[in-house]
Structure formats: C-alpha cells, structure tokens
Write a protein that binds this ligand. Structure first.
Ligand code: PNS
Length: 171
C-alpha cells in the first residue's frame, strides 16, 4: 500500500494557493480567489512563469491586473513561480491548493495533478465548484472572442477589458 506523505505544513496560519496562468484574470478566477479568501487566513495567487508559451500579457502585467482585482480582499497576495507548484508550496509552508472545477471535462486532468502533487509533497487540493455563470469561461476563450471583436465585458473586470483592447489595437 502507498504511504500517505506527512502533511505539507504544521503552520497555524491557514493558507492556500490559487495557481494558474491568468492570461488574463477573468471573473471566473476572481470568483474562486474571493471564495478561497473567505475560507483561508491568507491566499497566495501564484502566476506560472512559462517560458515556452508566450501569452497576451507578460507575467508582470498579469500580476498587476491580479493585484488590482484582489486589492479589496486584504488577505490575498500575488506572486509568480516557475518549476513545480509543490516546491512553491513547500517554500512558503502552504498546505493547500485551491482549484475551480468548471465541468466534468476539467476533472480528469485536475484529479491527476492533485494526486501527483499529494504524492510528491503531501500538498492537498481542494476543488471548488465554479459559479454556473462562469462554467464556460476561460482566459483562452476570452482572448479569442476579444480578438475577433466579440463583447467580453461581462467576463473580465473593466480595467482588464481596457488593457486587452490596448494590446489588441497594437498601441
Ligand atoms: O491556468 P492553468 O494554465 O490551467 O494553470 C495550470 C497550473 C499552473 C496550475 C499547472 O500547470 C501547474 O501547476 N504548473 C506548475 C508545474 C507543476 O507543478 N507541474 C506538475 C503538476 S502535477
């Protein structure tokens, strides 16, 4: 039988990480981060640095938008990471990853990552069901729709919309 790893932390501060690419942050992400911020003392939003995939926004720009979008929460930090998410968790004594599940199609891969992260470092993953209003929402679709002139104003915060318009106009 496989042994269960020791819990990743014994810290008294209940902290969690919300990882992702956030290129850019959407209202769906903010729903999950906001709900996590009500459950944990501290939530760290961790933006993946992925050198092999150029995004619409740089990691710094993504972090700026996330900071603006979460500034009212008071217990949310925005950081970036590269390499393994469990190493980021270990370095900061974070025992829990919070992920939103939109649909059954998310489940297989998310379960695989959760099991891998637990087997590597004892880091738990908590799945939160997304608000049904966001169940179809992804950063990739938002970018695609916006690129072809579709209205995404109900899917991202107003300042993200403005920054996307600026990017797309080449200014
Ligand atoms: O928003 P995304 O792109 O779906 O987020 C995916 C993310 C960043 C959560 C995932 O790719 C990740 O954790 N990457 C870090 C590398 C890692 O730890 N890989 C092993 C996962 S089991």
């Amino acid at each position: 039988m496989t042994e269960t790893p020791e819990p990743a932390t014994r810290s008294r501060v209940r902290s969690a990480v919300c990882p992702g690419s956030f290129d850019p942050v959407t209202n769906g992400h903010l729903d999950i981060v906001g709900r996590a911020a009500r459950l944990y003392d501290q939530v760290v939003v961790a933006v993946l640095i992925n050198k092999s995939k150029a995004g619409m926004f740089s990691v710094e720009e993504r972090m700026e938008m996330l900071r603006e979008a979460t500034s009212s929460y008071g217990n949310v930090l925005v950081e970036s990471f590269h390499g393994l998410l469990v190493d980021f968790c270990r370095e900061r004594d974070i025992p829990v990853i919070v992920k939103g599940l939109r649909a059954v199609s998310d489940f297989d891969y998310e379960l695989q990552m959760a099991q891998m992260n637990h087997s590597l470092a004892g880091v738990e993953t908590m799945f939160m069901s997304t608000n049904p209003a966001s169940s179809f929402l992804s950063s990739s679709l938002v970018k695609e729709v916006a690129t072809w002139g579709g209205d995404v104003s109900h899917l991202v915060p107003p300042f993200v919309l403005e920054r996307m318009k600026t990017k797309l106009s080449g200014r």
